[in-house]
Design a binder for this molecule. Structure first.
Ligand code: ADP
Length: 282
């Protein structure tokens, strides 16, 4: 039989916030870079799926949280990994006291609710999992559920949003063209220095001058990319360092712990980064 059983046990799902929660919640702090808010709103209004491209920790997730709040839509977040199966997205039969009951997965729930469905790091998912998104991401906006025979038609507010870090494991993993071309792509990069300082000041709880010093350091560290540093310090790492500084840790120690050590295990690169930190906070 098709459809959901109203009496089915509902597993606790910390990944979902419904529309009421979103509307009640405080506005997530998001400092826009340019026209991305208006562009996303138009994509939402025209029911276009969105792909957000950019390095880790540059504000992709925060942006989606902010847009869900702004559009008053529930947000369903799914972190992709290489064992994520189609059933994990769509749903499965569970064994209950009265036999088996169908339980919607997060993607199905998002389609029924008209939620924003955010798949974080979508390249991590297997190809046979990603293809499940295809009929939802074009004009059909449907999700056929093979196991029940039901075809879910996505509710009007439903929107697929995926994020993707183009620099990461570029050689090993990529999205197929047939998948990529279903999305409008928004390019994210690290914010320009004044904006990034404002974010670090606000999110990290440090003085403006401290925030600026951290951002200046980050820019020097990002220059090490050409010398082999694969992942450069993100806004997220700067915020973490700022929080440590705000709680009384000496700036040098905070930067070593929150910025330098997480980025590399390579002795030469670590030494180069430590030198830059020491030169920044004397
Ligand atoms: P991503 O999803 O790209 O990995 P996040 O959205 O989690 O990154 O951003 C990491 C952190 O950086 C956020 O928790 C927030 O503190 C900060 N941040 C980055 N960009 C912005 C922005 N434009 N506005 C507000 N906070 C931001």
């Amino acid at each position: 039989h098709a459809g959901t059983d109203a009496n089915a046990p509902v597993a606790a799902d910390p990944g979902t916030r419904d529309a009421a929660d979103v509307a009640r919640g405080d506005e997530p702090y998001y400092l826009p870079a340019g026209g991305e808010v208006a562009l996303f709103e138009q994509c939402h209004a025209r029911q276009l799926a969105v792909m957000i491209k950019g390095p880790t920790g540059c504000g992709k997730t925060r942006f989606v949280e902010y847009m869900a709040w702004r559009l008053r839509r529930p947000l369903v977040t799914i972190s992709c990994h290489d064992e994520l199966s189609a059933s994990d997205l769509v749903g499965r039969f569970l064994l209950g006291p009265d036999g088996t009951v169908w339980q919607d997965g997060p993607l199905t729930r998002a389609a029924r609710q008209g939620a924003l469905c955010y798949l974080d790091e979508v390249v991590e998912a297997r190809q046979d999992t990603v293809v499940v998104l295809h009929p939802l991401s074009d004009h059909r906006r449907i999700l056929p559920i093979d196991k029940t025979g039901e075809t879910v038609v996505a509710a009007p507010g439903f929107q697929l949003v995926v994020s993707y870090n183009p620099g990461y494991q570029r050689m090993l993993k990529d999205l197929k063209p047939s998948t990529r071309q279903r999305f409008v792509a928004l390019d994210f990069t690290f914010p320009p220095p004044e904006r990034e300082s404002a974010i670090v000041e606000r999110e990290g709880g440090v003085a403006h001058s401290q925030a600026r010093a951290l951002v200046a350091l980050a820019q020097r560290l990002r220059g090490l990319h050409d010398r082999g540093l694969a992942e450069v310090p993100s806004t997220r790492l700067l915020v973490a360092a700022a929080r440590l500084i705000a709680s009384g840790i000496a700036p040098q120690q905070a930067c070593h712990a929150a910025i330098v050590a997480p980025l590399s295990d390579e002795p030469v690169l670590l030494a180069a980064m430590r030198d830059l930190v020491d030169a920044s906070f004397v």
